[in-house]
Design a binder for this molecule. Structure first.
Ligand code: DCP
Ligand code: CA
Ligand code: CA
Length: 369
């Protein structure tokens, strides 16, 4: 496989930086963005804070009263979260970044992966220049700073980004990966939470290097094959997960007028099954899974009636789609009295089909503390 050049761009102290952006005078003092629970004046938690506040020991997730205690007698700005505004800034950031990537994947409100292999002809030095250029653009166009990590895959890029913040730029070439990761605590790896770290400690594994050298067989026995294999590969800095644009389409639907008004399930299913097949063709083309199925019947009086069901796990199965469509129409027509004029089927809750490593990391992301 060709060596890839992958970047992770992560905005610095994002929510607090957004607050500084619209009110620059506060940037010289501690800025603490809070999720106020409303129960009492200071109940709630710190969402994030600027680096001035961090120098006093303020951290994300900390109770607000504790942050106030750390900033006692200091002129600080405690502000409520305004996610709608941060989303707007985020969209502008993503638009600046997106055009520099061969493949682009937004990975959170303030971060994105960029595969720039072609753009840089696989040259890490060129990637460094591109990263500086992007930092510059964010600075001049939006007055925002970010930290960038560059590596041969997402795993290394992510860890590299965390290495130097704020306004950092860290480049790890393929031949430097081992040396870079080896001395780190295993907790730096995605999926290694407190409990796993303790378990590894018992095996005498503290650093990523020790994990990489550990007997694979034994890792599999302790953590199971899936996780054991993942830990071993991650410790070696190996990660094949592609940088992939997330699907922005939220649903696929088809609707059709019946040959005649009806409330006969078998007759309606003739049309509905055709709609299901059309939708299925689309999702196969788009390599998408769905989790929610919805049906609509527009009755003779033109009133729309809908029913929907969310499955336990995403699927792309035509059979599942047809079976649930039938059940939903059955329910709908037991609960309404008139005949239908038009019927439709919709799938939503879409996710890109995920294979191998990808599935594993999303599973880890959900699990990790
Ligand atoms: N966030 C939150 N609660 C947390 C962590 C994060 O509400 N426990 C929100 C606020 C952050 C945003 O998500 O601004 C992005 O999270 P990051 O982990 O990237 O942290 P920051 O951007 O705030 O800081 P850093 O400069 O360390 O990236
Ligand atoms: Ca950030
Ligand atoms: Ca982030």
């Amino acid at each position: 496989m060709q060596t890839r050049v992958v970047m992770l761009v992560d905005m610095d102290y994002f929510f607090a930086q957004c607050e500084e952006l619209r009110n620059p005078v506060i940037s010289v003092k501690p800025v603490v963005v809070c999720v106020f629970s409303g129960r009492s004046e200071d109940s709630g938690a710190v969402s994030t804070s600027n680096y001035v506040a961090r120098s006093y020991g303020v951290k994300s997730g900390m109770p607000i009263y504790l942050a106030k205690k750390k900033l006692e007698n200091i002129d600080a700005a405690f502000l409520p979260v305004d996610e709608k505004y941060y989303e707007e800034v985020s969209a502008k950031v993503m638009n600046v970044l997106r055009k520099h990537a061969d493949f682009f994947e937004q990975a959170g409100i303030d971060e994105a992966f960029l595969d720039v292999t072609q753009k840089t002809s696989g040259q890490f030095q060129e990637a460094r220049e591109l990263a500086s250029k992007m930092k510059n653009e964010l600075n001049t166009q939006l007055k925002l700073t970010c930290s960038i990590g560059i590596g041969p895959n997402k795993l290394v890029a992510k860890i590299a980004t965390d290495e130097r913040k704020p306004d950092g730029l860290t480049l790890i070439k393929p031949e430097q990966v081992q040396e870079f990761l080896s001395p780190m605590n295993v907790g730096r790896l995605l999926g290694v939470g407190t409990r796993t770290r303790e378990k590894m400690q018992c095996l005498g594994i503290n650093t990523v290097g020790e994990l990489a050298r550990y007997d694979t067989q034994e890792l599999n026995e302790v953590f199971g094959r899936t996780m054991g294999t993942y830990f071993h590969r991650a410790a070696l800095g190996v990660d094949d997960e592609p940088v992939e644009e997330r699907s922005e389409i939220e649903s696929f639907s088809r609707i059709s007028t019946l040959k005649q008004d009806s409330r006969d399930l078998n007759f309606i299913m003739e049309t509905a099954e055709r709609l299901c097949s059309e939708i299925h063709d689309t999702i196969v083309n788009e390599k998408t899974n769905f989790k929610t199925i919805g049906v609509i019947a527009i009755l003779k009086d033109l009133s729309p009636h809908t029913r929907s069901k969310t499955l336990e796990s995403p699927t792309d199965s035509l059979e599942v789609l047809k079976k649930n469509t039938k059940k939903l129409f059955e329910k709908l027509f037991t609960e309404t009295e008139d005949e239908a004029r038009r019927v439709g089927v919709r799938v939503s809750n879409l996710s890109k089909e995920q294979k191998g490593q990808k599935q594993l990391t999303s599973f880890i992301q959900k699990r990790s503390d």
